[in-house]
Design a protein around this ligand. Structure first.
Ligand code: URA
Length: 231
């Protein structure tokens, strides 16, 4: 990586500030003052600012209990975003690992680790997501079999991947899918003539929404939770 980019990334100094420090000889690489911002540096090199070694920041991982009314994007003109519920420094580096609709509640994972995010969201990884679904009508006896076989969603060429439906009450069920198509759960139930009234995500991979988190609250993931996602 370029020296100016690296220092600005790790230290949160702006590129302009970094250039000023470089010019003034405050930045050293392996003990030698370097003034050229485009100098290429590798991971093994020790970069110091004013004699203090820079350390790459630790990646961060959070789970949030998303309330209704929030959108899973970094910026939105009309609605509050889930990142507004996060009180952490350098929020511009945080990414939302998979979107929930504005009216969906439950587990949202947030990180600044791009590879980890990709392992959750890449369609190729088929990461399982479990939803608690409340429906407008009673669930038909053949819905489970239809979802297990795959249903054709409006506007899609291929049927959905096999999904697991656990019927809990006449109009409430737990559905586990391993894709994340736009409005997938709502469209799956629409495909079998039903309508989702409420949708709540309980689980992503093996990470379960912490029951101690009220809507709008978040916490850091434990090491085990982070490592449960194979990058
Ligand atoms: N499926 C949906 O339809 N909506 C969501 O928010 C998540 C999955």
């Amino acid at each position: 990586m370029r020296l100016d980019k690296y220092v600005s990334h790790v230290s949160d100094l702006s590129r302009k500030e970094v250039k000023r420090l470089l010019r003034a000889g405050y930045i050293t690489v392996d003990g030698e003052a370097i003034k050229d911002p485009s100098t290429y540096i590798s991971e093994t090199m020790e970069v110091c600012v004013d004699g203090e070694p820079l350390e790459a920041p630790r990646p961060r991982y959070f789970m949030l209990h998303k309330p209704q009314g929030y959108v899973c994007v970094t910026k939105d003109q009309d609605h509050p975003t889930v990142l507004e519920l996060i009180d952490e420094p350098n929020k511009d580096k945080l990414q939302i690992a998979g979107r929930l609709d504005i009216d969906t509640t439950g587990l949202v994972l947030i990180t600044d680790d791009g590879k980890w995010n990709h392992a959750i969201t890449s369609p190729k990884r088929e990461c399982k997501k479990t939803y608690y679904v409340t429906l407008a009508s009673d669930i038909s006896s053949d819905t489970g079999a239809q979802f297990a076989a795959g249903v054709k969603l409006d506007g899609e060429l291929k049927p959905t991947l096999p999904a697991d439906l656990e019927v809990l009450f006449s109009n409430e069920a737990r559905l586990t899918i391993s894709e994340g198509k736009y409005h997938q759960v709502k469209r799956m139930f629409a495909a079998v003539g039903n309508k989702v009234e409420e949708l709540h995500r309980e689980k992503v991979g093996s990470i379960v929404l912490d029951p101690d988190l009220e809507p709008g609250e978040y916490r850091e993931l434990t090491e085990d939770e982070v490592l449960s996602v194979k990058v």
